[in-house]
Write a protein that binds this ligand. Structure first.
Ligand SMILES: Cc1cc2nc3c(=O)[nH]c(=O)nc-3n(C[C@H](O)[C@H](O)[C@H](O)COP(=O)(O)O)c2cc1C
Length: 196
């Protein structure tokens, strides 16, 4: 059975390192894991509760994204780091997917996060903040393995393909771990014997 993952990057930049990282993940996905990418975050409007009143289902792009998230087995998110936090684009999408309160697409959704930066700390701050916001929205965020890509401009070749074997190895570890993690959290073991 195939596990279907939806991936996206929290950067709108054309040559985004994080977009490249999601493409590398799609190409390196282990057998049984299928990753499709959502690349239309630029069309998602700034969250505004007034819009919810006008479009209970959300404007077109949000409605489509919600449907894709709901029907996926898990989310793979690559976050940039801006000012030691997540990008506005990233927070905006978390806010949309955290609504409506009683049927949020993120609620109970397994999520793996990763990130690439030109800086030397590999998006540690951004990932911590993203983990916090996702958990607040009810997502089940994988604790390990983590993937911090520091000095990310060196990790990709001129065509934008991942060209750093160490990063590639860690990315495959993350994907393999996520595959197992989804199986674990989607069908949790019984902790109390029946009849006990
Ligand atoms: C407004 C802004 C703030 C940034 N702040 C940080 C930061 O706090 N830490 C960091 O590692 N990189 C920071 N950067 C550098 C980004 O990590 C770098 O531009 C990266 O390539 C952005 O991700 P992307 O390539 O996916 O667009 C910042 C970049 C911008 C534009």
């Amino acid at each position: 059975m195939t596990t279907n993952i939806l991936g996206f990057s929290g950067s709108l930049r054309l040559d985004s390192l994080n977009r490249r990282l999601t493409r590398a993940a799609r190409d390196l996905a282990p057998a049984g894991l299928d990753i499709s990418l959502f690349d239309r975050l630029a069309e998602v409007p700034l969250f505004n509760e007034d819009l919810e009143a006008v479009w209970p289902a959300g404007p077109g792009s949000v409605d489509e994204l919600r449907g894709l998230v709901t029907h996926s087995d898990g989310l793979l998110i690559a976050t940039p780091e801006y000012n030691q936090s997540i990008s506005g684009v990233m927070k905006n999408v978390v806010d949309w997917l955290s609504r409506p309160d009683d049927a949020a697409a993120l609620d109970g959704k397994p999520v793996a996060i990763m990130g690439a930066t030109t800086g030397s700390w590999g998006t540690r701050y951004a990932q911590k903040e993203l983990r916090h916001a996702l958990t607040a929205a009810g997502a089940i965020v994988m604790p390990q393995p983590m993937l911090f890509v520091a000095n990310g401009e060196r990790a990709f070749d001129t065509a934008g393909r991942l060209a750093d074997p160490a990063v590639e190895r860690r990315l495959v570890q993350l994907l393999t771990g996520f595959h197992r993690w989804i199986a674990l959290v989607s069908d949790p073991p019984r902790l109390v014997a029946s009849g006990a």
